[in-house]
Design a protein around this ligand. Structure first.
Ligand SMILES: [Zn+2]
Ligand SMILES: [Zn+2]
Length: 237
């Protein structure tokens, strides 16, 4: 377990004494009511089979011109309104209890034909993980692994800290993230032994252009993984 930050401890302490307020309706009683969860905006088809961008055709122009390194991407929700609020609360204000229900729902959009062997979170840079005390993608990925009944692993590390992707266009995102990840290999990397030839499902909180997934997928394919798929709790269309 990571060492909790002071902010995390304070949050947990307040959580214990204050009644929870629902991130969707604002009423007290739960961080996210069951009914309120059912009302959240889903990332419904029609969408590109590969990158899940909205559109009527089987593959979007971008995937026809240059296919991303991942073989398919799915998302549970649209990153708007209350979903956006919930994920930002989880990411920046320690409301991590919001993550498992959203991740469990997103996991249901994974096609069984993908035949995933291993669920892997997009890693945070160690410095950022130390500041935050947790990796929101890892919390989501553990829940996805549980729902799919597939092992969870962390065979990746972030070798370079990168500025946030927000506010960058597609090409800038690609450049910003290039070379930021590497598969852990060598002694002390137990997962890698069963790594070659496997099918990996990458999990992140939010996807936009899919540039991060594509970059990590490349690193995993270089390390001998057979195929990489991607799942985000929400997609920013
Ligand atoms: Zn509610
Ligand atoms: Zn596409």
């Amino acid at each position: 377990m990571p060492i909790p930050t002071v902010r995390q401890l304070l949050h947990d302490a307040l959580d214990a004494v204050l009644p929870q307020r629902c991130v969707v309706c604002g009423r007290f009683g739960a961080a996210l009511h069951l009914d309120c969860r059912a009302s959240l905006p889903r990332a419904q088809p029609p969408r590109c089979e590969r990158c899940w961008s909205p559109g009527d055709r089987l593959l979007c122009d971008s995937c026809v011109t240059s296919a991303p390194a991942y073989a398919g991407l799915r998302a549970g929700y649209c990153f708007t309104g209350p979903v956006r609020r919930a994920i930002l609360e989880a990411k920046f204000r320690g409301m991590t209890t919001l993550l498992p229900p959203l991740a469990a729902e997103a996991a249901l959009s994974v096609p069984s034909a993908w035949a995933v062997d291993l669920v892997v979170p997009i890693p945070l840079h160690p410095n950022r993980q130390r500041q935050r005390g947790y990796n929101q993608a890892a919390i989501a990925a553990r829940e996805v692994a549980r729902v799919l009944g597939v092992p969870y692993g962390e065979p990746l590390r972030r070798v370079r800290a990168t500025p946030a992707q927000a506010g960058l266009d597609a090409l800038q995102r690609q450049r910003n993230i290039r070379g930021a990840f590497a598969a852990i290999s060598g002694p002390g990397a137990p997962v890698v032994a069963s790594f070659a030839g496997s099918v990996v499902l990458l999990v992140d909180d939010v996807s936009t252009t899919g540039a991060t997934f594509a970059e990590v997928a490349r690193a995993l394919l270089d390390a001998g993984v057979a195929r990489v798929y991607a799942l985000s709790m929400a997609r920013e269309d």
